[in-house]
Design a binder for this molecule. Sequence first.
Ligand SMILES: [Zn+2]
Length: 312
Amino acid sequence: MKGKLTISVDLELAWGVWDQLTLEDLRMAETAERPICAALLELFDRHSVPVTWAMVAALLDEPSAKKHPGSVSCWYAPDIVEQIVRAKTAHEIGSHGGRHLDLAAADARMAEDDLLFAEHIHRSHALPFQSLVFPRNRLGNFDAVARAGLRVYRGRDVGWTSAAHRAGRWAAKAANLADKALPIPPLSVTPQARAGLIDVPGSMLLIGRNGARRFVLPAVTRAKLSMGLRRAMKTGEVFHLWFHPSNFYYRRQEQLDTLAWFLELAAEQASHGRIEIATMGSYAPSPLSASQDGSARRPRSAAAPSATAPAA
Ligand SMILES: [Zn+2]
């Protein structure tokens, strides 16, 4: 089977840090997020690379935005979503929850409320709603996720750092930094059915460059990206790269150059048919394959698929 490249972008602005907000967060969300999103969209168009933009639904709900401090543009961003939808490249809009609630910590009722709010926002803007990136990558409340109609999620990154995660927060941070700073090849992943959904684990986070992380050399990041892509081509698995626009806040041009270099490499390999570029939604089981089985045909409620735009 041909290997695949999947890229997911967590679009959240200040919602990503709503419970631990600093003035610097607000300043960056207000001034840096939009130019970075525009630059990312330009790069994806230049190389015809479709990605999954997992968005916090409240970015399209002005009343939610107005309950938070700072400029409303830190919390409300219909302009960015519109640019994504209108881009030349057919991106997928996915979900990053309703209001960036930690779905692992929330009780069933809170999780359900948050996801139903997200579902409502997506439907009322005619946006797809099938791929989920759990806020803070903390997995939980799978029943509520499946009931809301989501079908695919990004699982925890694979690799040796996940063992350090179990050892505690500081071990995880140290291991994560070492992993990003050394040319250790990222692993490719295989989508798997789990809890009624499809799990597409992450392979690699394109980390930001603030604090100690500024010492991670772009050359090391490039080597890892290229090794990850090559491994997926060799194994026929998926190289799942992910990041937030905020990972471009510091050393912005250097970060954009790194991504541009990688997208050019991936587009070149794709043009030779050596890799396929696929959104998260493309791993959802096709609704057709279920209905083709005559024995499984049962009357369904009128609420069925029509509102679910197919993923890009
Ligand atoms: Zn987030």
